[in-house]
Design a protein around this ligand. Sequence first.
Ligand code: NAD
Ligand code: MG
Length: 394
Amino acid sequence: MKGICILGSTGSIGVSTLDVVSRHPDRYRVVALTANNNVDLLFEQCQAHSPDYAVLLDAKKSAEFRKRIKAAGLATEVLCGVTALEEVASLAEVDSVMAAIVGGAGLLPTLAAAKAGKSVLLANKEALVMSGALFMSEVARSGAELLPIDSEHNAIFQCMPANYRAGHAAPEVRRILLTASGGPFLHKELHELHNVTPDEACAHPNWVMGRKISVDSATMMNKGLEVIEACLLFNLPPEQLQVVVHPQSVIHSMVDYVDGTVLAQMGNPDMRIPIAHALAWPGRFDSGAEPLNLFAVRQLNFQAPDFKRFPNLRLAYQAVGAGGSMPAVLNAANEVAVASFLDKRVRFTSIPDIIEHCMQNIPLRAAESIEAVLEADLESRVMAQAYIAKRHCH
Ligand code: NAD
Ligand code: MG
């Protein structure tokens, strides 16, 4: 019986994780759940899964939540704040940590799980993009097991040589083929992108996800972040990574070996598949996902990525090439730009301008300490906000 802590249990990945966990009560016990705003869902989750701990960020919300938990006769202890997130991610009774907070907010608790040598189920790609080599060296030092949840990285992990561990080199691999759906605007007229709304950007053709990653999929920054994530997880330079646009999202990525063999992992676009893979690893168990029906899929198509339509993809390659603090700068500027787009303060087409402005104006630094990473992150957030305020980006 393993103990699990779910960071970001009320989000899209968090909810799917609890769905899979509840199918295997003999294998997993929920030790801790954490949330930001959705207290009603967190309460329902506490009723259903009786965690030892529940964490909310806000002090007032957590005080109210504690009363509600008590009144319902539940034994869950309610904690509050970022340090509590780090605490629950490092508890002795926790074996696996699902890192499913969105954005840079997830960095410190995810890093705490890695430092504590947990089995880290990594959905929170922004945390890895920001802290890069620093994160990977903590994983190596503590002996933590790093299992990718991002569907592409989970697919690659499954196609890697037997007994492969994240972060290790695999010389028999020639390249990785990272598939991308292309998002909702793959075929939209370029001049129409200027006027797209947040709801249009969030209407992904194949996946239902949180709003931030949905916008990232529409700009293809999601694939850009995934390129950086893949270089780190699989210890490869960006030259050995090819983005392949595959609109059906049936092949979740491929590994091309030196002998010419190409292994692909396929399945329905349902995040419970990679989640169940990582939870059961190195075994397998039921995820609840429908079996793949290839007769309904009928066709698999592939095309090269269009860097003109998706300038964010170019910026991400630039950031990984520059190294150091640049991926953290790219990620932070993107988070600010996307939040502003979702608030209808900037246009969809301004998102890459905001990111490029920060990348060009913040000096490149080394990123070998967490302080340096957090400083680059903050500097980029402040610069992106100032740029938006001045230029309005309309
Ligand atoms: P979401 O917006 O649905 O959920 C985010 C979760 O994080 C929520 O539980 C929320 O309470 C919590 N959270 C938000 N801000 C926080 C803060 N400041 N402090 C603490 N907690 C906070 O997001 P999601 O779609 O579930 O994505 C989560 C992560 O997984 C992201 O990094 C995303 O890139 C990655 N991911 C998601 C999918 C998917 O299918 N949804 C696929 C691949 C990777
Ligand atoms: Mg993905």
